[in-house]
Design a protein around this ligand. Structure first.
Ligand code: AMP
Length: 190
């Protein structure tokens, strides 16, 4: 099994690349952000619960996340692993992920970080705001999300570096060039 975490700041290109990775390596693609957006759109109980938190650019509680991930994983059959996009985002989530995969006799294979500088990220997110109208893509909320990333999520870099699983890929350039670099990095753990 190949269990990949696609890591990086909001706007680093995780969504675009994870879809391509999932297709090539026959992995289940799990984007916790996409799950939340779909729940909000359908106005489910979960969606209503998380809407305000997401619109403010804060993180949804760790307790909710692990259950959502467990359910999402169970929906896939016949896959050769998973590519996680937007999860884990805190140390606690990473620890719980280790436990969850451990209970399936599996582990995280590789954490691939898309390396994009803060100016480029801000530029991309502002562009996306204009094109897609995501409620959490206003300038104020973007800044909040980047702040949340640096405080709550970036400690994961050290967490995975200590396990020798963290690899970073240059995240600026054409989608295809970045994808090629990602595939070359994946080959190193196969
Ligand atoms: P994303 O599309 O991955 O940027 O996620 C959009 C929003 O969903 C985030 O800003 C958070 O509010 C929420 N979210 C997604 N994944 C997580 C996670 N692993 N932990 C906490 N909140 C999350």
């Amino acid at each position: 099994m190949l269990n990949l975490i696609l890591f990086g700041t909001p706007g680093s290109g995780k969504g675009t690349q994870s879809v391509k990775i999932a297709e090539k390596y026959k992995l289940g693609h799990i984007s916790t952000g996409d799950i939340f957006r779909s729940e909000i759109k359908s106005k489910t109980e979960l969606g209503l619960k998380v809407q305000k938190i997401i619109e403010r650019g804060c993180l949804v509680s760790d307790e909710m996340l692990i259950e959502i991930l467990d359910n999402a994983m169970k929906k896939f059959s016949d896959v050769e692993g998973f590519v996680l996009d937007g999860f884990p985002r805190t140390i606690r989530q990473a620890e719980e992920l280790d436990e969850l995969l451990g209970s399936r006799n599996e582990c995280v294979s590789l954490v691939l970080a898309l390396d994009v500088n803060p100016d480029e990220v801000l530029h991309r997110l502002m562009k996306r705001a204009a094109q897609e109208g995501r409620k959490d893509d206003t300038e104020e909320v973007i800044k909040k999300r980047l702040n949340v990333y640096y405080h709550q999520t970036s400690p994961l870099i050290e967490y995975y570096q200590k396990q020798g699983k963290y690899k970073s890929v240059h995240g600026i350039g054409s989608v295809e060039d970045i994808f090629e670099n990602i595939c070359n990095t994946i080959q190193t753990v196969r």
